[in-house]
Design a protein around this ligand. Structure first.
Ligand SMILES: Cc1cc2nc3c(=O)[nH]c(=O)nc-3n(C[C@H](O)[C@H](O)[C@H](O)COP(=O)(O)O)c2cc1C
Length: 124
């Protein structure tokens, strides 16, 4: 299983670290602006700058080959942002027709880690 992720201040990285503990055999790949992926997988990013998709994630998804490999999107966010909570996931879903797996606050809770794993393993 391939998990692609973007993280600036470390919260998504910490969510990834929790996933890694539960599923050590999965591949966790931090995206950058130039990479081109070759395996289908799930994308985890965050919401920034008043409901925006992070720049690295935008550049990654601009490549048609990359976005065609993405089966779902999740976003970290902070509920303090109210209606803008995790909206990067909504925007990516709308713009690129990718389904939303989940939104979580900061580095997520253990039940959210388990929810994520359960979705991924039952998605086919
Ligand atoms: C400048 C700034 C703007 C943010 N804007 C939003 C927002 O619009 N909606 C939201 O849900 N979270 C927002 N956040 C919270 C981040 O999405 C949250 O801290 C996330 O966990 C960051 O992930 P990272 O630590 O992996 O980079 C913002 C954070 C910063 C620093």
């Amino acid at each position: 299983m391939f998990i692609y992720y973007d993280s600036k201040t470390g919260n998504v990285q910490r969510f990834i670290d929790k996933l890694k503990k539960e599923r050590p055999k999965w591949s966790f790949i931090k995206i950058n602006e130039t990479m081109e992926v070759e395996n289908s997988g799930h994308l985890i990013t965050f919401t920034t700058k008043f409901g925006e998709i992070p720049e690295t994630t935008v550049e990654f998804l601009k490549k048609e080959n990359n976005r065609n490999f993405i089966k779902s999107v999740s976003s970290s966010g902070n509920m303090n942002w109210g209606t803008l909570f995790g909206v990067a996931a909504d925007k990516i879903s709308r713009e690129y027709n990718i389904s939303i797996l989940m939104k979580f606050e900061l580095s997520g809770t253990q039940p959210q880690v388990e929810y994520f794993i359960n979705y991924v393993e039952n998605d086919n």
